[in-house]
Write a protein that binds this ligand. Structure first.
Ligand SMILES: Nc1ncnc2c1ncn2[C@@H]1O[C@H](COP(=O)(O)OP(=O)(O)OP(=O)(O)O)[C@@H](O)[C@H]1O
Length: 246
């Protein structure tokens, strides 16, 4: 039996209060097996980023349950922070590296924040894996966007998270860097058994996943196994039709 890495059950997320309320997630139920690569797609404002933030414990659901690696994500802020540090990795579109410390220190940071002894050998190994073994002492501004994103991937993977979340990780990159970053993410899944959930607008990126989950108006409106670029683009183009048909 395959292990379940992520489960969302009836997750609702309402942003704002009163007249400004926006229902970003409207009852999302989802189960992902360990070692799989899932792409999340949908129109702008459909709730993709909110889904990732809530699943990763960066934000709390208004109602519903989130389980990572079989454990429910509950408790106060301290507990949630610990949960995130132990079980979840996150890669952002804008890399989010610390500009004032070097590459190696950036990758050592999660352990430091968690109060653990920094494992320099492991950090160096991860930076080697993303092809930056010779850039340990460089600062983020000395690297290209693609290289910075590779540091961010090394930082996210250094703690061996149960699930790696990536929110448009190639969105700020040129085509070639985007391809390199995608290849790395894919390798993390195929070679190292990582579970990956990635938001993307790009059918080419989504086609590298094992499955695509389509969101519209905060709901899952479709799922495609073994996606191809053409099939994903076609499905995206018709998402609006589904909504009209109900
Ligand atoms: N912090 C917030 N406060 C209020 N509303 C929010 C907040 N974050 C998101 N929303 C709203 O929730 C809905 C879903 O937003 P979300 O960012 O999850 O969509 P998305 O699919 O990731 O969009 P995009 O592709 O444009 O990034 C949108 O209507 C958005 O305006």
């Amino acid at each position: 039996m395959t292990k379940e890495a992520l489960r969302l059950h009836g997750v609702r997320k309402v942003h704002g209060t009163g007249e400004n309320q926006v229902v970003a997630l409207d009852g999302v139920t989802l189960s992902l097996s360990a070692g799989t690569f899932t792409a999340v797609m949908g129109p702008s404002g459909s709730g993709k980023s909110t889904l990732l933030q809530v699943a990763a414990g960066l934000d709390r659901p208004t109602s519903g349950e989130v389980f990572v690696d079989g454990r429910e994500m509950t408790g106060g802020e301290t507990e949630l922070t610990r949960f995130r540090r132990d079980r979840v990795g996150f890669v952002f579109q804008q890399f989010n590296l610390i500009p004032t410390v070097d590459v190696l220190a950036n990758v050592l940071l999660p352990a430091k924040l968690a109060g653990r002894r920094p494992d320099t050998a492991r950090a160096e190994e991860m930076l080697g894996r993303v092809g930056l073994g010779d850039r340990l002492r460089h600062y983020p501004h000395e690297l290209s966007g693609g290289q910075q994103q590779r540091v961010a991937i090394a930082r996210a993977l250094v703690t061996s998270p149960a699930v790696l979340f990536a929110d448009e990780p190639t969105g700020a990159l040129d085509t070639r860097s985007a391809r390199d970053v995608l290849a790395l993410l894919q390798e993390a899944v195929r070679v190292h058994g990582q579970t990956l959930v990635m938001v993307t607008h790009d059918p080419v990126a989504a086609a590298r996943a094992d499955a695509v989950v389509f969101l519209a108006d905060g709901r899952i409106v479709g799922r495609m196994i073994s996606p191809t670029v053409d099939a994903v683009a076609e499905r995206l183009a018709h998402l609006g039709d589904d909504l009209v048909r109900g």
